[in-house]
Design a protein around this ligand. Structure first.
Ligand SMILES: Nc1ncnc2c1ncn2[C@@H]1O[C@H](COP(=O)(O)OP(=O)(O)OP(=O)(O)O)[C@@H](O)[C@H]1O
Ligand SMILES: [Mg+2]
Length: 304
């Protein structure tokens, strides 16, 4: 659905995005993570044909972002929640959506049906006649999400969809994204919220001008983090640590009465470790797996 090859954007001397290559499949929810200034918004703006690329190629549903004849087709295919959501402040929520629906040439019936559907789902239906300018940041954000969907796009770009939302509204939006996924829409989300990425994204990519890691969320965690076993002892001493190290694991860390070992295969390695620790005089209180969060992996990657 989205195919990107060597996409690069420079603003004068600043390279915002360099050599980005990735594919987002039909119906997939892809999370784009990265620190401030990583190039996430720039990428989405290029894909939405709002700014030109410097080099490389990208296509959406087969339409080329660099081809002027395809730009209108891309605009009809995609919906965009931009980083800063501009609305017509004097118009009501309903009229804002109706206006954008007209721009996209949606019929009156389509507009009526979709506006009600999305405003209800996002908890704004009661506020439909209130001027958008009086809305709180979070309400504007939700209204802008509805706007992104008014023409029923196949592909949705959401630039930090829950950035201004309180926890309850963030959950409404997350559930909403999962509903959109059930409708087989392709969703590309820029986010700083790692918990959210873990909950809603099938795959994530981590950008720092260049793509530094990418994969299915769970596999990425495992491949970058490894499998770690935590052994809790009544007491850790040098003999026990040396015995574990002799088994040749990738790393052994001692943290108080705990030993954290980077194992290859826990099913095979844990029993061996237990044996050598007991033989070295250790008394084991517990053996557990240390599960990483996306945050652990993300922080390690962006700091390196
Ligand atoms: N119009 C522009 N002119 C000059 N430089 C720009 C422009 N837009 C973006 N940049 C630069 O490109 C880089 C990437 O910015 P971008 O907004 O894409 O980052 P981001 O990953 O979305 O960050 P954030 O998480 O803070 O939203 C930054 O160094 C930024 O200053
Ligand atoms: Mg941004």
């Amino acid at each position: 659905m989205i195919e990107i090859e060597g996409l690069t954007k420079r603003f004068g001397d600043v390279t915002a995005v360099e050599g980005l290559t990735l594919r987002v499949e039909d119906g997939e929810v892809f999370g784009f993570l990265g620190p401030n200034g990583a190039g996430k918004t720039t990428t989405v703006r290029m894909l939405a044909c709002l700014i030109s690329k410097t080099s490389g190629t990208a296509s959406i549903d087969g339409y080329d972002i660099g081809k002027s004849a395809d730009v209108q087709k891309i605009r009809k295919t995609i919906g965009l929640l931009p980083e800063s959501v501009g609305m017509y402040d004097d118009l009501s929520a309903y009229k804002n959506l109706d206006y954008y629906g007209r721009l996209y040439e949606c019929s009156e019936d389509q507009r009526r049906e979709r506006i009600e559907h999305f405003l209800r789902l996002l908890g704004l239906w009661e506020k439909r006649d209130v001027a958008a300018g009086t809305f709180s940041k979070g309400m504007k954000q939700k209204l802008a999400i509805a706007r992104a969907l008014i023409h029923d796009p196949k592909v949705l770009f959401l630039d930090e969809p829950t950035a201004n939302l309180d926890p309850e509204s963030a959950k409404t939006v997350r559930d909403f994204i999962l509903d959109l996924k059930k409708e087989r829409r392709t969703i590309f989300i820029n986010t700083h919220n790692l918990d959210e990425a873990e909950k809603v994204c099938d795959r994530v990519g981590i950008l720092k001008t260049r793509l530094v890691a990418m994969g299915a969320t769970k596999q990425l965690l495992e491949s970058l983090w490894g499998r770690k076993t935590v052994i809790l002892l009544t007491k850790v001493d040098d003999a026990i640590v040396s015995a574990v190290k002799r088994l040749g694991p990738r790393s052994v860390e001692v943290d108080g009465n705990r030993i954290v070992v980077d194992v290859g295969d826990p099913a095979l390695d844990n029993p061996r470790m237990v044996d050598v620790i007991v033989a070295a005089g250790g008394r084991i209180q517990g053996v557990t797996e240390l599960l990483p969060s996306l945050e652990d992996v993300y922080l390690r990657l962006v700091r390196s």
